[in-house]
Ligand binder design. Sequence first.
Ligand SMILES: [Zn+2]
Length: 156
Amino acid sequence: MPMPFVPPLITQELTAIEEADRCQYCSIVERESGGERVIIENDHWIVFAPYCSRLPFEMWMLPKKHASSITAPDCLTSLGTTLRDALLKLKTLLDDPSYNYMFFQMDNSSYHLNIRIEPKLSIAAGFEKNTDVFINTMPPEDAAGSLREVDAPLKV
Ligand SMILES: [Zn+2]
């Protein structure tokens, strides 16, 4: 069931997207590709620890070709295996932590699908709750390096 309103955070993001010269997520894909924050990169997807990680071992997964939702052509190509591999790396490195993953997609061609994985490794305390500013003691470059090195074969 759809929500009866658009959350303020999404409204702010849409406003920023509409005001930008080009897709900011496409810029992020270009900037992160091949970089030290990359965890997984293949022909269709990039998984990386965002520069502005709010949480330790936070991961973002973006299609390398602009797409607003998983229904876009080629978007489902390797989505499942890439997401599986990212989650297996997290499970292997951090002893199967709890996590949330969120799909951000929209029926708006300007929007760039993004999937965010947030391990539950830290607790939002008074500072975070009162300021909405998160203290993250794990540099994203170090988190990405550790996750990238994990060989997490699928066990069936
Ligand atoms: Zn884009």
